[in-house]
Each structure stands twice: as structure tokens, then as C-alpha cells.
Ligand binder design. Sequence first.
Ligand SMILES: *Cc1c(COP(=O)(O)O)cnc(C)c1O
Length: 362
Amino acid sequence: MQFIDLAAQYQHLKQRIDQRIQTVLQHGNYIMGPEVAQLEQQLADYVGVKHCISCANGTDALQLAMLVLDIKPGDAVFCPTFTFFATAEVIAYAGATPVFVDSDERTFNICPQHLEQQIEQVLKDGKLTPKAIIAVDLFGLPANYPELEKIATKYQLKLIEDAAQGFGGEINGQRAGSFGDIATTSFFPAKPLGCYGDGGAVFTNNDEYAALFRSYRVHGKGKDKYDNVRIGINSRLDTLQAAILLEKLAVFPDELVARNKAADHYTTILSERYVTPYVPQGYLSSWAQYTLISENRDLQMASYKSKGIPTMVYYGTCMHQQTAFKSLNYKDSDFPNASRLCQQVFSLPMHPYLDQSMFAKL
Ligand SMILES: *Cc1c(COP(=O)(O)O)cnc(C)c1O
């Protein structure tokens, strides 16, 4: 059994994906071909925002957001400590200082109360200028945007939604990718909407930001790519990946239903044995991961392994514990929830084509 069975999905879509790939091979527009613009339009419509700009991966999407928001040395950017490295990495790469925030113990997402405490602390210390918040839709569940938007407004900070895992999630019918000033996502194969290589995108309703994104992703282009008006990067989504994503997006709504059914099935079976995932009222998760909490995680994982069920730990190391961020001098006691979660969480197989016979073995 596979933890995420991408081959099962391919078998399901084989004919249509093969056809799409053939079409690209025949027209030969491998970079910025017609499928790229078509996909960007469909993604913007799906998410419900004005602009979608695709790029090479989810990390570049975040890096482009740092460029567009002019994040630079001396700036403080707040992000959760319990996340994938890329969220914090792009802040440091821009020369700014990541300021880590603890998790809500039930949703695993950034804790709005602790965020506000960290902002106040930075203001009190007076060394850095608070500029932005990167919230993460961890494991597919949108962060608490109603509260985060209030805090961003109160302190005049830009809010970025890192929806790399959250594409497909909702809060009261509003889709992930539409929260904050800018949202980013990843099409890494294992994400809820994945391609067959690297891919990413940004979303925004802001026309000015959209124009900047289009410039920064192609070497800071002006009227064309040989007219360079700012220092940018090279970060485009391949036409082949866009073509594959067009077919994957078409079945995505059905897959989202299947993921939610699988999650409900897990919860029904496991809720007496573990702390199962919490989805607040009005929220929909895209279930990038189905994650349990256990005080004896190693034992539980070994037991599943003996039954042929693969498990994974996302994440065993918080950002404040990473060697690369040692110089920030944080302690585990600064983030009690996240520090405990990284020792106790583990995830079960999750994808839309799960073998139903697995549930009987749990
Ligand atoms: C996967 C991921 C990214 C980075 O996406 P890539 O496409 O792998 O660069 C960023 N943030 C989070 C939360 C992720 O899970």
C-alpha cells in the first residue's frame, strides 16, 4: 500500500492526461503555452479571485510574494513554527526576520492570540518593523482567517495565505486561495492538487500585485522579457504541467468529496483511540494529511507498519528547532503546543483512491 497513491489516480485519468500531453508535444509551446493561461483562468474562477499567476513551485510562489510586498532586511514576518520549512525559509531568504508563532492545539494552525503577543513583543523591542503574516492551511484546513484578518488590519500588516496544502479547503463557502492580500499554492505531486513535477501559483484580487507577479516571475520584465525593469527570478509553470493540471482540476471536486469521505471514515473508526483531527464549524478541509495525536506515536506507527499500513510524521521538527534557525535563539517553552505536536503527531494514508479494505485493518 502507498501512503499517497499517485499511480492509482493516473490510471483513473490516463486517457485524458495522455491526450493532453500529446497535444502539447504536437503544438510545441513548452514554455507559457496556451494551457498555462487556460489553467490560470480556471484556477482563478475555482478559487474565486481576480488573478492567478502560475510559477515553478510553491516555494517560489512564496518568494515572489516576498518580492511583491518588498519584504527586506529589518522587517519582521510572522509565521507558524509548526509548518514545512519553505514557509519560514522565504522570509529569511528575503533578508527579513521570521518571527515564529505557536499553534492552536486543536486546529494545528497559527494561534491568533499568540500571534498578537508576538507582534506586541516585536513592537516593544523596537528592533524590527512588523510587515506581514504568513498563515499556513496546515494539512488542508484553512487557518483562522476571520481572526487573522482582524489582526492584520489592526497592526497594518499584509496577510499571506500559504495554501500549499490547503487548496480545496473552505471557510463558510469561501475557498482557500482567496484569503488575505496574497495566497500561494503548490502543485508538488503529493499536494491535494498536484502535477507530475514541480509547480505553483499565486492568487490575488489586487491588480497592482498581479502585474508585479507577472514581471517578477520572468526576470523583472517590462514590456517584454528583454526589457528588464526590476530584478526578478525565472519561475514559470511548464506547459506540460499546466496541461496535466487542467485534467486534474476537472476531477478535483469529486476527489475532494472522496477525501472527506475517507477522513470521516477514519474518524468514525479511530476517535475513541486517538485525538482525531478537529474541523471547526463552517470549515472544510482538503485533507492534505489525516493526522492523529498519540503520546506513544512510535508504538502506534510500528503497529500500523506490521499491518501493512504506511504512516508518516508531518512534522517532527518545528521551525524554531531547525539548525538553520538556531541563531534566532528560541526555546521549546516559547511554543508549548507546537513543541508537543511535533513529538506526538503522525499521519495515515490519504488520497482519493484509498483501498476500502484498509479501513477494516485499522
Ligand atoms: C509543500 C509546501 C510548500 C512548498 O511547495 P513546493 O512546491 O514544494 O516548493 C510551502 N509551504 C507549505 C506549507 C508546503 O506544504
